[in-house]
Every structure is written in C-alpha cells, then in structure tokens.
Design a protein around this ligand. Structure first.
Ligand code: ADP
Ligand code: MG
Length: 393
C-alpha cells in the first residue's frame, strides 16, 4: 500500500478506492513569460504528489495531508475565494472549478502525500491540484485524462483553483506541465494559443555533436531552501509594470513586441518598464533558441541560454536573490555548461546542465558555497523528464 493510502485509512477511517499521482515540474527556460502569453519549456519531475481517494455520495470534502499533518472538512457549497483558507484551498478549488465548468462533481475523501518539496519553486501546488483533478476525473467519470485536449481542460480548472480560490495569481505553466508532459520530453507550451509540442529531452543518452562531450549529461536541480513567497505582492508588481508597458506600447501583451524592433520599443518606456520588457522579449526568444539547440543536440548552446536567462532574470526582471545567484555561480565554476534560477524566483530552486562526470563536483561546490555563508544547506538532486498525471492503482 502506498503511504498515501495507508495514511488515508488512519486519518479518514475508510479505504480509498484508488490512487492517483501528478508530478511537480521544473521549467528549463522561459521564466516569467507565461502571463505575457509567451513560451515556456518545462519538464515533469520524477517527484510526484500522490492522492488516495474515494468518491462520496454527498457534497462534503474531507482532505488529509501527510505534509500538513492535518485534516480539513468543507461542504462544496461553501467553497469560494479564500474559503477554505490555507493549503486545503488548492484541493477544494479543483472540485469548485470543475463544478463551475459544468461537471457533476460530488464530495470526495482525499489523502495527499508529496515527494515534491513544498514552496521550492518546483510546483507542489500544481502537483497537488492535478493529482486531485485526475482523481475527480476518474471517480466522477469526467473523461478528462483521455487526450491532450481534455487534459488541457482539466489544467484550466486547476489554474482556476489556484487563482480564484487559493488566491495565487500564477500563470498556466505548472498545471499544463503536470497534465501534459511526456516522459523523456520537455513540453513547449505557447501560453497564448495553448498549443503544445513535445521536445526530446534525454540527457543521459546524449552524445552531443556540438562538442559538449560524449559522457552524457544530467540536469541538477538545487532547492536553495530560501524563502519563496509569490503571494507577497512582488509577482503582482512585476505583472502590473509589464502590463502597463504593453499598454504604453499600444499592445495587448509583451508577446506582441517584435524582437527585431526591441530597442525602438524600449526607447518609448520608462527605465523600469524597459527592463521588464527586455526580459520578457529576450526570454521568449531564448525559448525558441533552446528548442532549436535541443533538437540539434547542441548542449553547449543550451547552457549559454541558461546563463543568459539567469542574467536577465537577475538584472532586468529582478526576481533572483543571493541564494539563487550563488548556487548558479558555484555550479558553473564546478563545470556546469550553464545554470539559472527556475520558477518564480525570490528563493526556490536553480537548475544546472552538467556533464555527468562533474555532477558530484557541482553538488559539492554548491553545498560548500552555502556552508561558507552560513546558509541552510541546499538540497540538490538530478532529474529526468517524467510522465504526466495518471492513475497509479
Ligand atoms: P510551489 O508550488 O513552488 O511548491 P507554492 O507556494 O505555489 O509553491 O505552493 C506551496 C503550497 O501548496 C504550500 O504552502 C501548501 O499550501 C500547498 N501544498 C502543496 N503540496 C501540499 C501538500 N502535499 N500538502 C499540503 N499542502 C500542500
Ligand atoms: Mg506553486
């Protein structure tokens, strides 16, 4: 029995009828572009959130979290913006959003257990929503896991749960990644059209003609364990300034800035707007370049794009922090082809593209750099591109 199923029996005193799971994600490149209708390129993590569930024949939600060590109960009729408060909003919000979308959803007994670290920028929130969404789809016969179009619809419900009920104004990347990614592939998502494609991402078997070595490569993720709070207004502030910049340029969003006429656009903005805009426009271009480099097997080029992305997020979008800067610098000096912060920023995680033979050195160098500064030890692990949300048993 999975730990979630085991905890379910103890906390809710009834057996689950199934177990579902959904992955966290790490974005390879394309940061702070999703809410500008831009491009993102996440992979699903091997780390997942598991939901043991049973349908109820009333409209009550009982949800237990192993991580929170707590059970919350709420009537679905009472769910709304800010209700319930705290972590249970992510779960109740999914059932609420599915109902809003016209689906016949009843109550649920749920126990969640996460391997995705919470608040590390690796999207434990979407993993939680999507695991519950997958369970609801199967238990209530909604058919939302059947194909990419239905999975995209389920992703939209999970996004509404996070935005409207939990009150976190994030874009749509996390839920799309958790529901649409394929093993061994990154997901190229156009956040304006909703179009997706799957880009091969298999570093282990990668013998790069671009001269990046033949010993294979790994992606090292480092959770800096630095405070990370997208709810503290910084995210909204970036969003506001960039939207004002788009309006000043007479555009619907910064996606519409022609990268070939970027300097002209920047000259019409104030300094803050110009720097935010430069990040968004160049970052979208870097996603396109990274897809080409991955398809060509040129990992050195991917590494250079990681470095440029980090500099842009640090200097122009100003969402990095000391822990993220130190972790990418240490990774590079120990042999990474490139490294960058990933996720919303202000803490959270970094990623580094590393020749497999240097992976241990990179992890040690980052740990040492943190120890020298007296910071909480970071947690590093290598990841491969995992599979999307699914029923496990
Ligand atoms: P991230 O998604 O990067 O991990 P967020 O701040 O978006 O960070 O989401 C983290 C929040 O999601 C937690 O503070 C908690 O409210 C909720 N959460 C995620 N996973 C769980 C879980 N397994 N149990 C309880 N709450 C969870
Ligand atoms: Mg999140």
């Amino acid at each position: 029995m999975t730990r979630a199923a085991d905890a379910h029996v103890r906390a809710l005193e009834a057996p689950p009828t199934g177990v579902w799971s959904a992955p966290g994600r790490v974005n390879l490149i394309g940061e702070h572009t999703d809410y500008h209708g831009g491009l993102v390129l996440p992979i699903a993590l091997p780390q997942r959130t598991t939901a043991a569930c049973a349908a109820r024949d009333d409209d009550r939600l009982r949800v237990h979290s192993v991580q929170a060590g707590e059970t919350v109960e709420v009537d679905l009729a009472d769910v709304g913006p800010g209700r319930p408060s705290g972590w249970a909003a992510y779960v109740a919000g999914v059932l609420w959003a599915l109902r809003e979308d016209g689906f016949a959803v009843r109550g649920l007994d749920v126990t969640v257990d996460s391997e995705v670290p919470l608040g590390a920028g690796l999207s434990s929130s979407a993993a939680l929503e999507c695991a519950v969404g997958a369970a609801a789809s199967d238990l209530f016969g909604l058919g939302l896991l059947e194909d990419d179009a239905s999975r995209a619809r389920l992703a939209r419900a999970c996004i509404r749960a996070e935005n409207d009920i939990a009150g976190a104004m994030t874009g749509g990347m996390d839920q799309s990644a958790s529901l649409l990614c394929r093993e061994g592939h990154a997901l190229l998502l156009d956040c304006r059209s909703g179009e997706t494609s799957h880009v091969p991402f298999d570093l282990a078997g990668h013998h790069a003609p671009g001269g990046a070595g033949t010993g294979g490569h790994v992606l090292v993720v480092t959770d800096t364990r630095a405070a990370h709070a997208l709810n503290d207004g910084q995210y909204e502030a970036r969003r506001r300034v960039s939207e004002a910049a788009a309006a000043a340029l007479g555009l619907v969003s910064l996606r519409d800035v022609d990268p070939h006429h970027l300097d002209d656009a920047l000259s019409r903005l104030d300094d803050e707007q110009a720097r935010r805009t430069r990040h968004v426009v160049t970052e979208i271009a870097r996603v396109r370049a990274a897809v080409e480099a991955l398809e060509a097997g040129d990992l050195r080029a991917v590494g250079r794009l990681f470095d440029a992305s980090h500099a842009s997020l640090r200097d122009d979008y100003e969402v990095s922090c000391d822990e993220l800067d130190v972790s990418v610098e240490a990774a590079r000096s120990a042999g990474a082809l490139g490294a960058r912060m990933t996720g919303g920023g202000f803490g959270g995680s970094s990623i580094a593209l590393v020749p497999a033979r240097s992976a241990e050195d990179v992890v040690a160098a980052v740990a040492e750099a943190f120890a020298e500064r007296g910071w909480t030890p970071p947690r590093s692990f290598t990841v491969t591109a995992g599979r999307a949300a699914a029923r496990d048993s």
